[in-house]
Design a protein around this ligand. Sequence first.
Ligand code: GRF
Length: 199
Amino acid sequence: MADNIKRLAVFCSGTGSNFRALFHAIRDRELPAEIVLCLSNRSECGAFDFAREQGMETMFISEKQFGSPDDFGRAMLGALQERNIEYILLAGYMRKVPDAVIEAYTDRILNIHPALLPKFGGAGMYGIHVHKAVIAAGESESGATVHLVNEEYDKGRILLQSKVAVLPGDTPETLAERVLNCEHILYPDALEQFLAGKL
Ligand code: GRF
């Protein structure tokens, strides 16, 4: 493998539609990266199905398998380092990344959040809760944010955002669908620019 091909891990908990979008963009745009590991806190998920179809390694790892948060963090970090993972892409990973991993991968972990941070972020702001809150606040626009991950939920440096309208009559579900479609464009674009050192 060429030296300039970055080795990526994707962390998922669910469907993995962003993971798929990233995977296809890397291949179609010939980005200098390869997703070599799909990690999840769930033993089965849509993301794993896709990873297996691609012949990619999957890893189920959960804090419940360990005696302490420190043991969990050490095990996850060890697994990443053994595989020479250089960057981590969170794509619908519904757990906090252990501190040991965040420290070791400072400025090398990206996440996508389904709102325009710094609004509608933080603890409890995930999934449909985000879109409910956006509608309840009477916002006229929402969107998605790709940001770096630090020890505080949704507080790392913003890399790229994309907006969508909140339409009259929107439900949290219709808004979620519009935002998700925009995520599938935004995350690959952000990855491409990030890898090129432009963000
Ligand atoms: C996306 O809305 C993303 O913003 C959030 O979790 C969701 C993941 O969806 N972090 P998917 O698994 O990529 O389909």
